[in-house]
Design a protein around this ligand. Structure first.
Ligand SMILES: NC(=O)c1ccc[n+]([C@@H]2O[C@H](COP(=O)([O-])OP(=O)(O)OC[C@H]3O[C@@H](n4cnc5c(N)ncnc54)[C@H](OP(=O)(O)O)[C@@H]3O)[C@@H](O)[C@H]2O)c1
Length: 314
């Protein structure tokens, strides 16, 4: 049995230089855990937000901490109380963000967070799915209860969350209006968006009116300007910052803030959409695990087209 593995950890909060590729102890399994051998791990903005210390009060992590909460790999050990999986199963998941993450060769995770990897995807593409797809699901399906025939405005449609949200909304029969910069027009059309707005040239609120749902992945001024495009009774769902309760009441609309939770059951529903060819992840770049600093720099630049993925093992 191996005693150590390679992982990327932080020992202190700060810039990309606090990421260290190093030898660490193997994860310890709880009775309802699976031990996963990781093949690929995606990078998400929450990783560098945690690295910089923005979420220390909310999450109370112990340092050193392995970052990264988007994983695809293979089950190698099954805890005595972990049901539903066997050694050798190929799986993917968004693990519990309060535990060590997936910039590592192995991770211990609760079996209830895990789903079988879609057959159509390799591990690089599978790792790009869970966090962004669950965020899109929990925003559009759980919070907004998006229905066929409704119209949804999706901000940052070329990003990790947005690119999957566009496809999920289309799969549910909605009409999709998407914002991105001109370079991403083709991508967003290919994902199925019905209307494209280049946010660098146009103010979306001049072109869009009476939508049922806005998915805010930007916050700030974009969130503020989003209120006026909603129809009465519509809903503004943000994954960045809680929209104002008072503004929602004044305007006769609803609002929700979503912070993603791990959910193996929802991931199985997402797997079905992938297997039916209705959803596919978009990959911006693939880097070796040891180059997590570079991956963070790209993510933090704010213009990734789809997901950045760390390759861990073949
Ligand atoms: N609450 C939660 O549970 C949760 C879960 C997941 C993500 N999030 C948050 O949601 C945000 C988005 O995450 P992500 O993974 O989708 O990020 P991402 O992949 O890094 O987003 C990059 C995309 O944003 C686009 N973009 C940048 N500024 C824009 C603007 N003003 N209008 C429209 N598009 C713009 C870029 O398109 P161009 O290159 O065309 O500009 C790029 O494609 C992050 O803040 C993340 O932390 C929250």
């Amino acid at each position: 049995m191996m005693l150590t593995m390679k992982a990327v950890r932080i020992h202190a909060y700060g810039g990309p230089e606090v990421l260290h590729y190093e030898d660490v102890s193997m994860p310890k399994l709880k009775p309802d855990d699976l031990l996963i051998r990781i093949r690929a791990a995606a990078v998400n903005p929450v990783d560098w937000k945690i690295r910089e210390g923005y979420l220390q009060d909310a999450l109370r992590h112990q340092l050193p901490l392995v970052l990264g909460w988007d994983v695809s790999g293979e089950v190698v050990e099954v805890g005595p109380e972990a049901a539903g999986f066997r050694a050798g199963d190929e799986v993917y998941l968004r693990p519990d963000i309060e535990r060590d993450g997936g910039y590592a060769e192995y991770i211990a995770v609760k079996a209830s967070e895990v789903a079988r990897k879609p057959a159509a995807l390799d591990h690089i593409h599978a790792a790009a799915v869970p966090l962004a797809a669950l965020t899109a699901w929990q925003s559009l399906v759980d919070a907004a209860q998006l229905q066929a025939g409704q119209t949804v405005l999706i901000h940052a449609a070329a990003g990790g969350v947005g690119s999957l949200a566009v496809q999920l909304a289309k799969a549910r029969g909605a009409r999709v209006i998407a914002t991105a910069s001109a370079a991403n027009t083709g991508l967003v059309a290919e994902l199925g968006a019905d209307q494209f707005i280049d946010y660098t040239k146009f103010r979306f609120e001049d072109a869009v009116h009476e939508v049922d749902v806005v998915l805010d992945t930007i916050g700030g001024d974009t969130q503020e300007r989003s209120w006026k495009v909603l129809k009465p009774g519509g809903i503004l769902v943000s994954v960045v910052s809680p929209p104002s309760k008072e503004t929602a009441a004044e305007r006769g609309v609803r609002r929700a803030f979503v912070f993603i939770h791990a959910d193996g059951e929802q991931l199985r529903a997402i797997t079905r959409l992938i297997d039916e060819g209705k959803i596919k992840p978009i990959i911006h770049s693939v880097l070796p695990l040891a180059e997590a600093r570079q991956a963070h720099a790209i993510s933090q630049g704010g213009h990734a087209r789809g997901k950045i993925v760390l390759h861990v093992a073949d």
